[in-house]
Write a protein that binds this ligand. Structure first.
Ligand SMILES: [Zn+2]
Length: 300
């Protein structure tokens, strides 16, 4: 399976409305040397370019390929989306099924990709005028991870209050709801549970409770209700080590040995107190969560 980025320019075409109104859409294949590369079920990230608004471009949807490239001519409904007469011309296109759209929360802005240790090398950031970009496997895996986790930033801004409102409508039992609310308020129940079994950062000597973070191994947003409350899904860490773990710059093998991302430079390793000899002990439950962390969050 291939992973692609397909780009659309809002100066010529109303990309947002097209994606908003249709689950099944057509996208041009302009880089014709890809004709034989496109396969059914290929993954496609849809990129709306800056157009006339600098700094607004980026990835807003994920789709999959459901037809091989065909020569087609638009019907007149396409006219609504075009600002030019180009819709009248026959063109080579593939049909896509839109799987997920992230309008604001989770939209991956081009500017944030320029700072990303791996994805800053994406071809679309340097050669900005193509329509179709085929991603290397490394870029594909990294972008998938980023997309899967890209609601985190928004989510973390959501207040405890509105989280609790959401809980009222969630389909969970009364007991679960109570537990979730308890653990959500300042993470107190979760943190207390962890403090009962460990009393310092897993990786260094910080013991002051005020500076210990009850970090979820499988992040809150990815976890189900049971996993959110499960003490095995927690790791007590100091703020530095929590930040590295949370952002995927470190993870752990099943035997507890630390894995440090190649993208963490030597200086940062030293200043944030990380080295290859570190390891932690984990029970079976923690190992399971850690497998998830290593696979989906580690930047490699
Ligand atoms: Zn630490």
């Amino acid at each position: 399976m291939n992973t692609w980025i397909f780009q659309g320019n809002p100066r010529f075409f109303d990309v947002d409305t097209y994606i908003k109104n249709h689950k099944y859409i057509w996208w041009s294949l302009r880089q014709e040397h890809f004709l034989d590369k496109i396969e059914l079920d290929d993954e496609v990230f849809l990129w709306r370019s800056d157009g006339n608004n600098r700094g607004t471009g980026g990835i807003l949807a994920k789709a999959k390929v459901i037809s091989l490239p065909v020569e087609r001519t638009n019907d007149e409904t396409a006219q609504n989306y075009w600002y030019t007469d180009e819709w009248k011309n026959p063109y080579l296109a593939v049909e896509l099924e839109v799987l997920q759209v992230k309008w604001e929360g989770g939209f991956i802005n081009r500017l944030s990709l320029l700072e990303h240790p791996v994805l800053k090398d994406l071809l679309i950031l340097r050669q900005r005028t193509q329509t179709n970009y085929l991603l290397s496997q490394r870029h594909a895996i990294t972008l998938q991870k980023l997309w899967n986790n890209s609601h985190d930033i928004i989510k973390s801004k959501v207040s405890v209050e509105s989280d609790m409102k959401n809980l009222i409508s969630d389909d969970i039992t009364e007991t679960e709801r109570e537990q979730v609310i308890k653990s959500r308020i300042g993470q107190s129940a979760f943190k207390k549970g962890l403090l009962a079994i460990e009393n310092k950062c897993r990786l260094c000597g910080v013991t002051n409770e005020q500076f210990l973070v009850a970090s979820h191994i499988k992040p809150w947003n990815e976890a189900n209700h049971q996993e959110r409350l499960d003490i095995d899904n927690g790791l007590l860490l100091c703020p530095n080590h929590d930040a590295l773990f949370d952002k995927g710059y470190i993870s752990f093998d099943t035997d507890g040995k630390i894995i440090i991302s190649d993208y963490l430079d030597e200086g940062t390793r030293i200043f944030l107190n990380i080295n290859e000899n570190m390891n932690i002990e984990m029970n079976e439950g923690q190992q399971e969560y850690m497998k998830w962390h290593k696979e989906y969050l580690l930047i490699n």
